[in-house]
Design a protein around this ligand. Structure first.
Ligand SMILES: CC(C)(COP(=O)(O)OP(=O)(O)OC[C@H]1O[C@@H](n2cnc3c(N)ncnc32)[C@H](O)[C@@H]1OP(=O)(O)O)[C@@H](O)C(=O)NCCC(=O)NCCS
Length: 226
């Protein structure tokens, strides 16, 4: 009986120490989650139940091992994290402060991805490569960027600060700062707070369906004017 009570006390003490360590070392990340998720009710709820935070904690530990070239151990931790949270962050990725993954499941972040501060990723977001090239092959994401649910940002491209990647967009070209990108392939719909005239966007290739719709629209406009 004494043995059982002692075990419970030790486990409770370990849990409390863990909570305290997370509160101290991940305070800004927990605050970021609280700020970004309107559904978050309390600090404790985030620490105990948010997979995005758990994945980040695993990542920070794994990244530490990666930096001292303990690659197998680093990868082992990241795979355990993937199993526990459904979020796969390669330990080689570089992630800034106050990073938050909301809902989490299905997020993939590649080895050479670089992520700035205050970045938010929703479920199913991928920061991936376009093929099997070596070297820097994953995106660089600026500060204060949001990557919507299911969006794919692929290749060694740059997403500028304060940009918003819409849900399910596929982005394969650089995105200037303060832009909103939607669709497949991604096209800029807003920049510096102003709506973009898609037909004037020569940097991003339009998709054929969009082009057909625009042609039909312009014909309708001409007919209406007659
Ligand atoms: C892109 C997004 C940020 C909207 O930005 P916005 O600047 O407010 O854009 P608007 O709503 O004014 O839409 C601009 C145009 O893009 C279209 N659009 C918006 N989101 C889109 C998307 N994800 N995919 C394709 N088109 C989209 C709109 O229909 C609109 O088209 P129109 O100009 O022809 O009418 C938002 O729609 C989005 O996708 N957010 C992701 C959020 C998310 O993943 N949440 C998950 C929570 S669980």
């Amino acid at each position: 009986m004494v043995y059982v009570i002692n075990t419970i006390i030790i486990l409770a003490a370990i849990a409390i120490v863990k909570l305290l360590l997370i509160s101290v070392f991940f305070y800004s990340d927990v605050r970021a989650a609280q700020k970004r998720d309107p559904a978050a009710k309390s600090f404790l709820e985030i620490i105990l139940l948010y997979q995005g935070l758990h994945a980040l904690i695993y990542y920070r530990i794994a990244h530490g091992f990666y930096k001292i070239h303990l690659f197998f151990l680093a990868r082992l931790i990241s795979q355990l994290a993937r199993f526990a949270t459904g979020i796969e962050i390669h330990p080689g990725a570089v992630i800034g402060k106050r990073f938050f993954v909301d809902h989490g499941m299905g997020v993939v972040i590649g080895e050479t991805a670089v992520i700035g501060d205050d970045v938010l990723l929703y479920q199913g977001a991928t920061l991936g490569g376009t093929g099997i090239v070596k070297g820097k092959r994953h995106p660089t994401i600026g500060n204060n960027v949001v990557v919507g649910a299911g969006a794919k940002v692929l290749g060694n491209i740059t997403v500028g600060d304060s940009s918003y990647i819409g849900a399910n967009a596929v982005v394969i070209k650089d995105v200037p700062p303060n832009s909103t990108v939607v669709g497949v392939p991604g096209r800029i719909t807003k920049q510096d707070g102003k709506k973009m005239d898609v037909s004037l966007d020569h940097v991003h290739i339009l998709d054929p369906i969009m082009q057909s719709i625009e042609e039909i629209q312009s014909k309708i406009d001409k007919l209406e004017k007659k």
